[in-house]
Design a protein around this ligand. Structure first.
Ligand code: GZL
Length: 316
């Protein structure tokens, strides 16, 4: 009798343990770009598929909102935290609080300057390499003559803005015909890209003195394309355009000859993040501190219409 009760109890406990959904807090930056929207969509899908109860917080691009969200997740006693950090600095104390509460934190798509002991792992691309791939495309396609480049930078102080700027400069270093003549943040948004590009065009002889645009993401490039067309110039021809993310709309622009190249960034950062958390929870496996996603160049030679079709329903 006692043995059967013990077996029953063990089965129930086992079932309870398996059924006890992991609760994960996700502090997302906002919805500033198509890529960011896709990352959120895929994170929700990945959580649902794994039976994870996802507590979602949209920070509206404000670090103070992210810090408040992390403190709320700690107070709720979540099992883990996903953080896409809007900027690279200012995270030490709140990450220390999560560590003291023994809640593992996984960084998504951007990095922080904090000591790596304060987070379990970071999932993302090599942001410097992305800039180098974009810069090398321009080196290979700008021709021999003078090429005055304008740059739309990402959110000031964010790791992609810092690293993508550095990578592009690494690639064009020593190329005397290539020069970045104007550089300004468009905050990773289409509106920002359009408004800043309008000022670049005005300052550069109506755009006639601009040879190329390097945008830290496709959304700013798409906004800039609108501004270039309104200035009576042909984007992709009069001004070559290279950017990063590989969102569907940049492939539509490429198919129309209005954009030239993009470096792909997968929006599925949550899959590797949840895998690392599961291994850590199940048997204490410590993941590498950086789980790198790949960066692939796409140009007008890569059937942009097909690339658009392959991405258009992924939640961008
Ligand atoms: C880069 C990511 C950037 C995307 C933008 O890893 O943080 O943030 O390139 C997004 O589209 O705003």
């Amino acid at each position: 009798m006692i043995k059967s009760l013990m077996i029953t109890a063990a089965i129930c406990l086992g079932a309870t343990t398996l059924a006890s959904a992991q609760t994960v807090g996700f502090s997302q930056i906002g919805s500033e770009s198509g890529w960011r929207a896709a990352e959120t969509t895929i994170t929700r899908q990945q959580a649902e598929e794994r039976g994870i109860d996802l507590k979602f917080s949209d920070a509206q691009q404000k670090q103070e909102n992210q810090i408040a969200a992390l403190r709320s997740f700690v107070a709720q006693g979540v099992d883990a935290i996903l953080l896409a950090p809007v900027v690279a600095t200012g995270w030490d104390s709140v990450l220390q609080e999560a560590k003291e509460a023994e809640i593992p934190v996984v960084l998504l798509d951007r990095k922080v300057d904090s000591d790596e002991s304060l987070y379990l792992t970071a999932v993302g691309s090599d942001l410097v390499h992305e800039g180098e791939v974009a810069g090398q495309w321009l080196v290979d396609n700008a021709g021999e003559g003078e090429c005055r480049i304008v740059e739309l930078q990402g959110t000031t102080g964010s790791s992609p803005a810092i690293d993508r700027a550095q990578g592009f400069r690494n690639a064009i270093e020593g190329k005397d015909n290539l020069e970045i003549v104007r550089s300004q943040t468009g905050d990773f948004t289409r509106t920002g890209g359009k408004e800043v590009m309008e000022s670049f065009l005005q300052a550069e002889n109506g755009g006639k003195d601009i040879c190329a645009l390097y945008a830290h993401n496709d959304d700013m490039a798409i906004g800039a394309i609108q501004a270039i067309k309104e200035a009576g110039l042909k984007p992709g021809e009069d001004i070559k355009i290279v950017s990063i993310d590989a969102v569907p709309d940049i492939f539509q622009a490429m198919a129309a000859g209005e954009a030239n190249a993009t470096v792909e960034l997968t929006p599925n950062m949550a899959g590797p993040a949840f895998d690392a958390l599961e291994a850590y929870r199940n048997d204490g496996t410590e993941p590498k501190k950086f789980i790198q996603t790949e960066s692939k160049l796409y140009t007008q030679n890569d059937d942009p219409q097909e690339q658009y079709e392959a991405r258009k329903d992924l939640g961008y």
